[in-house]
Write a protein that binds this ligand. Structure first.
Ligand SMILES: Nc1nc2c(ncn2[C@@H]2O[C@H](COP(=O)(O)O)[C@@H](O)[C@H]2O)c(=O)[nH]1
Ligand SMILES: [Mg+2]
Length: 219
C-alpha cells in the first residue's frame, strides 16, 4: 500500500471537541480530544477490507488478531472482508486466529515484548497465508519481534494490517502492508486501544489527557 493511500491525521486539523460526539461520562476528563470518530474508523475499515481481499487469489487466509488492542479492528475488518471479493471476484475463505503481544506499561514501551501463542498453534501456521491484524505501530519493535518469531514457523506469506501508524521519530522504520490512519505522536486510546487496560470501552480514537494518565497510572 502506497503511503499516499493512508489517511494522514494531522493534530491541528483533526481535533474534534468532546462535546461534538457522545463520550461515556466516566471518561470525559480523561481524554483531551477526539482524533478519529467511530463512524470514520468503521468507514475506513470497509475500504481496507476491499483493498486487502482484492490482493489475494482463491486461497485461504489465516486472519490473526494481535490481542488485546487489535480486537475491535479485527472484528470489524473480518465483518467487511466476508463481503469483499478476491482477485477472482470470489469471497475470501478465512480462518481466524489470535496471538497476544504485550510491551507497554502506562504510555511507554518497556522494550520487552512478550508474545503468547502455544508451540502447537505456531506450528500449524506452516505453509499458510497469514494476515496479522494490529491496532497500532509505534516504534515498530513489537511487530518486528512478532514477524521474526513467525518466520521460524515458515508461513507461506505474511502481511500486516495496522489500523494506525504513529508518526514518531522513535520509529525503527517498520511500515505495515496496510494502514488505516497515520496519527500524530500522541498516546491514543479508544476503539480497544488501552492505557493499562482502561479505555477499551470507548468507541472513538482519542488523545489521552494528563488527568487520564495520572488517574489510571500503574505505580
Ligand atoms: N493505547 C495505545 N497503545 C499503544 C500506543 N502506541 C503503542 N501502543 C501499544 O504498543 C504496541 C506497539 O508498539 P511498538 O512501539 O512496539 O510499535 C501496540 O500494539 C500497542 O499495544 C498508543 O499510542 N496507544
Ligand atoms: Mg497492539
Amino acid at each position: 500500500m502506497d503511503p499516499s493511500q493512508w489517511i494522514d491525521v494531522k493534530e491541528d486539523k483533526f481535533k474534534y471537541q468532546l462535546d461534538h460526539f457522545v463520550i461515556p461520562g466516566h471518561y470525559k476528563d480523561d481524554v483531551e480530544s477526539i482524533l478519529i470518530p467511530h463512524g470514520l474508523i468503521v468507514d475506513r475499515i470497509a475500504k481496507l477490507a476491499q483493498m486487502i481481499a482484492s490482493e489475494y487469489d482463491n486461497e485461504r487466509i489465516v486472519v490473526c488478531c494481535v490481542l488485546k488492542g487489535g480486537h475491535q479492528f479485527f472484528s470489524d475488518l473480518v465483518t467487511y472482508m466476508k463481503k469483499a471479493l478476491n482477485k477472482q471476484g470470489k469471497a475470501v475463505p478465512m480462518t481466524l486466529d489470535f496471538i497476544r503481544a504485550k510491551s507497554y506499561d502506562n504510555d511507554r514501551s518497556t522494550g520487552n515484548v512478550q508474545i503468547s501463542m502455544s508451540e502447537e498453534e505456531l506450528q500449524e501456521l506452516k505453509g499458510k497465508n497469514l494476515l496479522l491484524v494490529e491496532d497500532i505501530i509505534d516504534t515498530g519493535k513489537t511487530m518486528k519481534k512478532l514477524l521474526e518469531l513467525l518466520a521460524n514457523y515458515e508461513p507461506k506469506s505474511v502481511k500486516v494490517a495496522s489500523l494506525l501508524l504513529k508518526k514518531t521519530p522513535k520509529s525503527c522504520g517498520y511500515v505495515p502492508d496496510y494502514v488505516g490512519f497515520a496519527v500524530p505522536d500522541l498516546f491514543v486510546v479508544g476503539y480497544c486501544l488501552d492505557y493499562n487496560d482502561i479505555f477499551r470501552d470507548l468507541d472513538h480514537i482519542c488523545a489521552i489527557s494528563e488527568v487520564g494518565k495520572i488517574k489510571y497510572e500503574n505505580n
